[in-house]
Write a protein that binds this ligand. Structure first.
Ligand code: ADP
Ligand code: MG
Length: 340
């Protein structure tokens, strides 16, 4: 009898993995920006056509890729960032799974143009639908530019699942804003032919970066937090109790330069506001945790946005206490006046 089981060809395997890594255009934007950050870029310029499906381009002035590395970069499980699973305990990069470019290349036309600073000329590498790419010499600035065209051209189900153009672009600008908050020392620009453009200076000022996203008058009211605990340092900006929103959209949580989504962190934060804000309202924050990569795990989902903490209870009380005490110190709170 012949066997019923066979190993999927790499093209099919990549397309299946793409389903998890590249859910929608914003996922591509996030992965490309994270690669630019890992490459040590100081300037990251993003341009988007429509909802990102016709074109997404991310340009950086990072270290670039060599002629040898270019074709490897789009292979699945190909990464320069880790060599084994133990490396995750001392991870300094945002990427480590080596599957973003392979996944993106399997559902689009991907063009990488790259030049390491020390080289005279650069190279372009174009690959469509995960087929073998074409390498060409080109003149270009030092750094890397990745352009994605016709996203999901061979996966019509994905295209159908996308929301309106404005919604998809909204998700992109939201994500660019959060990544800019995680890296105030990097200058970001987001260009779109018809919609508002985001630009940050890269001067390293978080308040100024919040201002670029939410407006300077809101940013001016935010309260600085910076406390070193036993395992973690918590740093960033939180809104006073009278500056609140009806959703948690304006909350950004970051760990060691990575934007994460975590209801655990959000709950610990809001616990710190205690009874100071009415129910169903939420503070505006950008909070960054700095600590050892061995104290948490980001290898929970292919998007690397979910985290599991080793000492959840300790971290939660550290955050709650820090937020509460920072609010107390920032100004006398009305509800406490009577107790003095
Ligand atoms: P990962 O980021 O997990 O390593 P990716 O598929 O995103 O996997 O990228 C594969 C590799 O390509 C990276 O490890 C890196 O060496 C290289 N690379 C990708 N983007 C860039 C970039 N903008 N600048 C320099 N190198 C890059
Ligand atoms: Mg990556």
């Amino acid at each position: 009898m012949t066997s019923a089981i066979h190993i999927l060809d790499s093209h099919s395997a990549n397309q299946i993995a793409a389903g998890e890594v590249v859910e929608r255009p914003v996922s591509v934007v996030k992965e490309l920006i994270e690669n630019a950050l890992d490459a040590g870029a100081k300037h990251i310029d993003i341009s988007i056509e429509e909802n990102g499906v016709p074109m997404i381009r991310v340009r950086d002035d990072g270290k670039g890729m060599s002629k040898e590395d270019l074709p490897l970069a789009v292979l699945r499980h190909a990464t320069s960032k880790i060599t084994n699973i133990q490396d995750l305990d001392r991870l300094q990069t945002l990427g480590f799974r080596g599957e973003a470019l392979a996944s993106i290349a399997s559902v689009s036309t991907l063009e990488i143009i790259s030049r390491p600073g020390a080289e005279i000329s650069g190279l372009s590498y174009t690959i469509t639908g995960g087929e073998t790419g074409v390498l060409q010499e080109v003149g270009c600035p030092a750094g890397t530019s990745v352009t994605i065209r016709n996203l999901f051209f061979n996966t019509p189900a994905r295209l159908k699942f996308l929301k309106s153009k404005a919604t998809e672009f909204g998700l992109i600008s939201d994500t660019v804003g959060r990544l800019a908050l995680a890296h105030p020392n990097i200058a970001f620009s987001l260009a779109h032919p018809t919609q508002t453009v985001l630009q940050t200076s890269g001067r390293g000022d978080l308040k100024e970066t919040m201002g670029a996203i939410f407006g300077q008058s809101l940013a001016r009211q935010l309260i600085a937090v910076d406390v070193q605990g036993q395992d973690w340092r918590l740093e960033g900006l939180i809104s006073p109790p009278d500056l609140v929103r009806k959703t948690k959209q304006a909350q950004t949580f970051m760990i060691n330069g990575r934007v994460v989504r975590s209801s655990f962190l959000s709950n610990a934060l809001e616990e710190g506001y205690h009874t100071l804000i009415p129910v169903k309202f939420h503070p505006i924050v950008a909070l960054h945790l700095h600590g050892s990569p061995s104290d948490y795990d980001v290898n929970v989902h292919p998007t690397k946005m979910d985290v599991k903490f080793k000492n959840e209870q300790e971290l939660a009380s550290f955050i709650t206490k820090t937020v509460y005490q920072t609010l107390l110190k920032s100004r006398p709170l009305p509800s406490f006046r009577g107790e003095r």
